[in-house]
Ligand binder design. Structure first.
Ligand code: NAD
Ligand code: MG
Length: 390
């Protein structure tokens, strides 16, 4: 029996992970499930999977969670510290599927106890890539990518030498506004930004796909995970979302990963790695699909891609500034405080405030430094947004 924990079990990636676990219930011993305000879902899954403990991030919901779990034998806990403790419980495989920088500390805890960390939470690599890598190395723990593009790259690299890699190409669907006239973007609404043409995901990553902040974060994630140079990473618009990424080798070969847009593939690959097992994924009928299309990304439409390049060049804690400013700008857009295009303006403003700050550029990537920078960048983002109120 493999001991498994799911951080962010009630979310989109968490629920897809549970779907795979429930198909082979005898193979897994579930240690902890964590969630947020969706107490009923968290309790239902914890009882069905017979978890040791269920944890809600909301400190004030402990009584509700206890009530929902009454008589089941599943322990209940609440709050950020309880979540970190749950991540530190011995497990063989931990899914990191909390959204945002809130996923960093629990993920580090899982690595510290030597678990294999299946990483969907790209924000932890964007804000603290070096720290995540070092923590994994120091504890002899393995990091496996779950983001579909990075799982695709990882699979295209099997048996290859990194020295033979010339470039990594991440595909992007183009999100909700790929074909919108540029001038219409300023007025894009929350409802319009919350629809993805191909993937069914949580609301935050869906909006980040429309603004291309998701791909910008994935470029940084690629840089941190595969340790290639920024110039080796390319983005390609591919509206069908069937090729998830390509790796280009020095002999000119391109290895593409092709598959249906279903996160259970990347989750299942990380769950069964280094083996491949049966997965309930649609088999593509390429003759019926007929054609795949590609275009170059437009950096005027999607300034986030340009900002990601600046972050990689500056290094230090620039990724923590970028991620925190983006999270606050996204909160601002969701709350109706700023417009769709203001998100990139806020992030660019905040990045420029910290551009030559030695506390950011020269600081070591320790957890304390990352959290402090994250905190300061959120304050700056709030100040910028206060000036931009519509
Ligand atoms: P989601 O919003 O559907 O779920 C997020 C989960 O995190 C929920 O369980 C929620 O309760 C929990 N959570 C939210 N805020 C929290 C906090 N402050 N503290 C503790 N827990 C908190 O998100 P999602 O779409 O499943 O995405 C999860 C992560 O995976 C993100 O980093 C996202 O970028 C990444 N990812 C998602 C997909 C996808 O298909 N959804 C694909 C690739 C990568
Ligand atoms: Mg992705």
């Amino acid at each position: 029996m493999r001991r498994v924990t799911i951080l962010g079990a009630t979310g989109s990636v968490g629920q897809n992970t549970i779907d795979l676990l429930t198909r082979a219930p005898d193979a897994y011993d579930v240690v902890a499930l964590t969630g947020g305000g969706n107490i009923a879902q968290l309790a239902r899954d914890a009882i069905a999977l017979n978890a040791e403990i269920a944890v809600t991030a909301h400190e004030n919901r402990l009584q509700d969670l206890r009530a929902a779990l009454a008589g089941s034998g599943v322990a209940a806990a609440a709050g950020a510290e309880a979540l970190v403790e749950a991540a530190a419980r011995p497990a063989d495989w931990v899914m990191s599927a909390i959204v945002g920088a809130a996923g960093l500390k629990p993920g580090l805890m899982a690595l510290q106890q030597g678990a294999t960390l299946a990483l969907a939470n790209k924000e932890s690599l964007v804000c603290a890539g070096a720290l995540v890598r070092e923590t994994a190395a120091r504890n002899d723990a393995r990091l496996l990518p779950v983001d579909s593009e990075h799982s695709a790259v990882f699979q295209a690299l099997v048996g290859e030498d990194m020295a033979a890699v010339e470039r990594i190409i991440l595909t992007a669907s183009g999100g909700a506004f790929r074909d919108w006239p540029l001038e219409a973007l300023e007025r894009a609404t929350l409802a319009e930004a919350s629809c993805h043409p191909n993937w069914k995901m949580g609301q935050r990553i869906t909006i980040d796909s429309a603004s291309m902040f998701n791909k910008a974060m994935e470029v940084i994630e690629t840089y941190e995970l595969f340790e290639v140079e920024p110039e080796q990473i390319e983005v390609l618009i591919h509206p069908e979302s069937l090729i998830h990424a390509l790796v280009g080798y020095r002999d000119g070969a391109l290895m593409a990963h092709v598959g249906a847009p279903d996160m259970r593939h990347a989750i299942g690959y990380a769950l069964h790695w280094p083996q491949r097992r049966d997965l309930p994924i649609e088999r593509l009928d390429l003759a019926r699909i007929g054609q795949l299309s590609f275009t170059a990304p437009d950096e005027i439409r999607w300034p986030a891609l340009r900002l990601a390049r600046a972050v990689m060049v500056r290094g230090g804690l620039s990724g923590a500034v970028f991620n925190a400013a983006k999270e606050r700008a996204l909160d601002g857009f969701i709350a109706g405080r700023i417009g769709f295009c203001d998100m990139a303006r806020v992030v660019e403003d905040v990045l420029s405030r910290f551009e030559s700050d030695p506390g950011v550029i020269d600081a070591a990537t320790t957890l304390d430094n990352v959290m402090q920078t994250d905190h300061l960048a959120r304050i700056r983002a709030d100040e910028m947004m206060a000036k931009r109120v519509r």
